[in-house]
Design a protein around this ligand. Structure first.
Ligand code: HEM
Ligand SMILES: *[C@@H]1O[C@H](CO)[C@@H](O)[C@H](O)[C@H]1NC(C)=O
Ligand SMILES: *[C@@H]1O[C@H](CO)[C@@H](O)[C@H](O)[C@H]1NC(C)=O
Ligand SMILES: *[C@@H]1O[C@H](CO)[C@@H](O)[C@H](O)[C@H]1NC(C)=O
Ligand SMILES: *[C@@H]1O[C@H](CO)[C@@H](O)[C@H](O)[C@H]1NC(C)=O
Ligand SMILES: *[C@@H]1O[C@H](CO)[C@@H](O)[C@H](O)[C@H]1NC(C)=O
Length: 354
């Protein structure tokens, strides 16, 4: 009896140390509506600014706009509470921002006159959440005019949205990014990998951003949340090699299920959860389905075609390892090609150059 109680206490103590015991299904417990800041430790804005390798630093707005990070967090939280799909939308926008001209909020710019911006490129057709970024920016502008960049707001809001279910930040976001002034639709297709990409294409695009194969695998774990439209994977179901066949790297029973969801091979309307059953929970379940050959896109399945990538994907079945690696890779992704110092500008409106 006594030893049972001791064992329980030990398990509780271990649980409170690691994020694993919180993974999934614990959103309500950590919901903190009425106060600014994280419930579970880590308030990065109590740190003194400290330079990072890329010219970013922790809490860059410490002096110039001390409440900036708190405002971003509370407005983001309000939006996520009413829209559980928002974390997936934002993290994808951030990925598409950082891979084209670096993390400079170029993806947020509207097309002007005869110049088509990134937003209007094919690969960005289904991006969403721009209105949320605009509303956070408006709140921040009320307190600090032309001080906090849209690029930082996007990076912070993404981290805060994805982290909300855990009540503590899942990765660090050093700040000091500035906003770019150029956004070209034509630069999108070469820098954003399509869902039909093989491993060679994926690893080349990531290497071009100074991201490793391990970063590629860890970041693909973001497909644990969100949805994919049928047209991006339906070839795998209906006509993979042009002989009316299906992709043999996809679990056949899962392919049967997917065919019940997608009406036909050109269906651009229907969406399917990328991690069915847990598609609003940010966890490492993606690596379970990947191992079971249920990754939705060719680009997911491709991670199993390279020895190093496959071994690393299997390591990420360990939740602690996944959260560590994902955090590291997000910090790298968030620093790609950033503008700092006097480069670029601080936009007034995230969708318009000043
Ligand atoms: C490795 C290369 C990647 C490829 C080829 C890829 C491809 C795709 C595709 C085709 C979709 C479906 C889009 C749609 O149907 O509208 C998608 C969705 C998504 N991707 Fe990726 N992706 C990659 C990496 C990433 C990374 C690095 C992240 C973030 C860190 C990410 C986050 C997401 C999210 C959250 C969604 C769901 C969006 C939603 O629910 O609206 N992806 N991705
Ligand atoms: C940018 O485009 C969006 C969508 O078309 C629109 O709602 C928004 O008002 C535009 N932003 C500005 C500042 O014009
Ligand atoms: C990967 O895809 C690219 C572009 O479609 C193609 O040129 C290349 O041959 C493919 N590589 C492999 C190993 O299939
Ligand atoms: C990425 O590709 C661009 C365009 O080809 C090139 O200028 C740049 O040096 C590459 N960067 C890296 C890190 O490979
Ligand atoms: C399958 O693909 C082949 C080659 O692209 C094409 O000729 C054929 O019409 C397609 N079949 C169907 C049913 O779409
Ligand atoms: C395919 O399915 C979509 C969604 O139901 C529908 O809008 C579209 O017309 C269909 N296309 C064909 C060729 O049947």
């Amino acid at each position: 009896m006594v030893s049972k109680v001791l064992l329980m206490l030990l398990i509780l103590a271990i649980c409170s140390t690691f994020v694993i015991c919180n993974a999934g299904g614990s959103k309500k417990k950590f919901h903190n509506k009425h106060k600014e800041g994280w419930k579970n430790g880590h308030d990065y804005d109590s740190y003194e600014p400290k330079y990072d390798g890329d010219g970013l630093k922790d809490n860059f707005y410490h002096k110039s706009c001390p409440r900036a990070e708190k405002i971003v967090q509370s407005v983001t939280e309000r939006h996520v509470s009413s829209n559980p799909n928002l974390p997936a939308k934002l993290i994808r926008v951030l990925f598409h921002d950082c891979f084209v001209r670096g993390c400079d909020a170029s993806v947020l710019l509207n097309s002007t006159g005869n110049i088509q911006s990134e937003k209007d490129a094919n690969a960005n057709r289904n991006l969403a959440g721009f209105d949320v970024i605009d509303s956070i920016k408006a709140e921040v502008e009320k307190v600090c005019q032309e001080t906090v960049s849209c690029a930082d707001i996007l990076a912070l809001a993404t981290r805060d949205a994805v982290s909300l279910q855990y009540g503590r930040p899942l990765w660090k976001v050093p700040t000091g990014r500035r906003d770019g002034t150029i956004s070209l639709a034509s630069e999108t297709s070469t820098n954003i990998p399509s869902g039909a990409s093989n491993f060679t294409v994926l690893s080349n695009i990531f290497a071009n951003k100074s991201l490793s194969v391990h970063d590629l695998v860890a970041l693909s774990g973001a497909h644990t949340i969100g949805v994919g439209h049928c047209n991006f994977f339906s070839r795998r179901l209906f006509n993979f090699t042009g002989k009316g066949d299906q992709d043999s790297s996809l679990d056949p029973n899962y392919a049967d299920f997917l065919r019940t969801q997608c009406k036909n091979s050109t269906d651009r309307i229907t969406t399917v959860a990328m991690d069915p059953g847990s598609s609003v929970s940010f966890d490492n379940h993606y690596f379970e389905i990947l191992k079971d050959r249920k990754g939705l896109f060719v680009s997911d399945a491709a991670l199993l075609t390279d020895d190093d990538a496959r071994r690393f994907a299997l390591k990420l079945l360990n939740p602690k390892k996944f959260f560590d690696e994902f955090a590291k890779s997000m910090e790298k992704m968030g620093a790609i090609g950033v503008l700092t110092g006097s480069q670029g500008q601080i936009r007034k409106h995230c969708s318009l150059v000043n």
